[in-house]
Design a protein. Structure first.
Length: 164
């Protein structure tokens, strides 16, 4: 994925210093209760669908855009299921970033999942009890939180996960 222009402009000023950036994640569940995942082209690993927000973009609009760009599926966000920090990531060029991810439970409206951009090698639905090997614990946790009935949005506070 190309680095967004606004990040390139920031990097001209701050070099490789740590940037906190907003992102979104769309947990798309079909009628069978399966979750849509992508196998990323940069790592070869399966992951939840998501990406960085653009300046001025509302998180719900961003998740709709990201899911469509990566999978060709139009979705409707239903609710926020959690807010998460990623670990600090150091990219091969030395840039450091950490993302604050707003995660949405989404329902598919139209489109058949397929590789829709250069960020994915594969996209498909997985049964919850048959998630792919190599899916990170962080992504498994987001899926788990989204499927827990009766919870508000999950967030980490004082060393534990809370929903209110």
């Amino acid at each position: 994925m190309p680095v967004p222009e606004f990040v390139l402009r920031l990097r001209e000023k701050i070099g490789h210093e740590l940037l906190m950036l907003p992102g979104v994640c769309g947990l798309v569940f079909n009628e069978a209760g399966e979750v849509l995942l992508e196998r990323r082209s940069d790592t070869g690993k399966w992951a939840v669908i998501g990406g960085m927000l653009e300046p001025g973009e509302a998180p719900a609009d961003g998740v709709v855009r990201e899911v469509f760009e990566e999978t060709g599926v139009q979705v409707e966000p239903q609710r926020i299921t959690g807010v998460y920090n990623t670990p600090v990531i150091t990219y091969p060029n030395g840039d450091r970033a950490q993302y604050v991810i707003t995660t949405f439970y989404c329902t598919p409206l139209s489109g058949t999942p397929h590789v829709h951009d250069e960020e994915s090698l594969e996209v498909r639905y997985f049964a919850i009890d048959a998630l792919p090997e190599g899916l990170s614990e962080q992504h498994r946790l987001r899926i788990q939180h989204a499927r827990e009935p009766g919870h508000g949005a999950m967030f980490h506070y004082e060393g534990r996960w809370r929903d209110r």
